[in-house]
Design a protein around this ligand. Sequence first.
Ligand code: GTP
Ligand code: MG
Length: 348
Amino acid sequence: MFNKLFKKSKNEEELTNNQEEVITKKESEDTNDISDDNIEQSKTGFFGRLKEGLEKTRRGISDKVDDIIKSYQKIDEELFEDLEEVLIMADVGLETTERIIEDVKDKVKERKLTEASEIKSILKEELKEILEDVEGKSKLNINPSPAIILVVGVNGVGKTTTIGKLAYRFREEGKKVLLSAGDTFRAAAIEQLSEWANRANVDIISHSEGSDPAAVIFDGIQAAKARNMDILICDTAGRLHNKKNLMNELNKIFRIVGREYPNATKEVLLVVDATTGQNAVMQAKVFKEACNITGIALTKLDGTAKGGVIFAVQSELNVPVKLVGVGEGINDLQDFDPENFVDAIFPE
Ligand SMILES: Nc1nc2c(ncn2[C@@H]2O[C@H](COP(=O)(O)OP(=O)(O)OP(=O)(O)O)[C@@H](O)[C@H]2O)c(=O)[nH]1
Ligand SMILES: [Mg+2]
């Protein structure tokens, strides 16, 4: 399926030239941080962590909805206008907000509701419905093995961190995981991924700074095959000279994957940063045009009031959000669960 997306490249034959493969076996003594995280994790639990992470978004949506309910006794047009404002302020986006308000109005009419206090549960129901629209598709494509996950997104959104968290999780599940340092744009990017490989106690394939990213992915695939890996996770650069370069480079990588790993289960995971609000939606649209994105990881939901952007991402792009990042720790990545997500924003 990747091949359809690719434009022609002349350099594929050069891929194995000039490569300096560095394979690092990780030491298991570097796991102190991880154990601390585990202790923390078991104290708060997954839902608790999600709730904690969504604190600001909750205040921006749920608390404001409570204020509206208090100031209106009966449901009327002005109440809907206030509700609309709350959603827009929470970065739900104009198009998605309008859809939500229309649907809430319909439900209110159908059920002949008149009391303002009844609005909250209707809104909650509607928000869940929007997020569940692509339900069933929200699991990462990693079965059957072998699988390859290509992680893409603009610079700074959390790609490398998300890879580190995923690698740790898969390894904890007993899977054989290999990383490939396809962001060769900066030496620091390679080092950062190596650190994560260390923490997650998995191997990494990397070349030196400035080398051909597609060549690193090529070597990653050969190593994954030779070592019978379950999952190969590939980092990519988000910081290139311009958008065209970035997309050409990604297409070249996709071509290599299509050619060298045709039977692997494939996931193209776009990482977007919730703190950028509507910009995240714009980025997702640009990437969706250029590559066959199969899932989205929405990071940095902790510490932002813009968590409402998830509704816009999901409803405007029709690409499932599969993962949510709620912190910088190794355990702060969760499978996206619409029901839990809305319950965390609207606690009882
Ligand atoms: N609070 C919070 N910070 C996060 C989360 N995910 C990533 N970060 C932080 O975001 C910053 C950038 O993350 P990276 O993983 O380096 O992002 P990247 O997309 O690989 O960036 P480039 O390699 O520059 O393209 C780091 O400081 C991470 O710790 C998250 O879910 N929550
Ligand atoms: Mg990175």
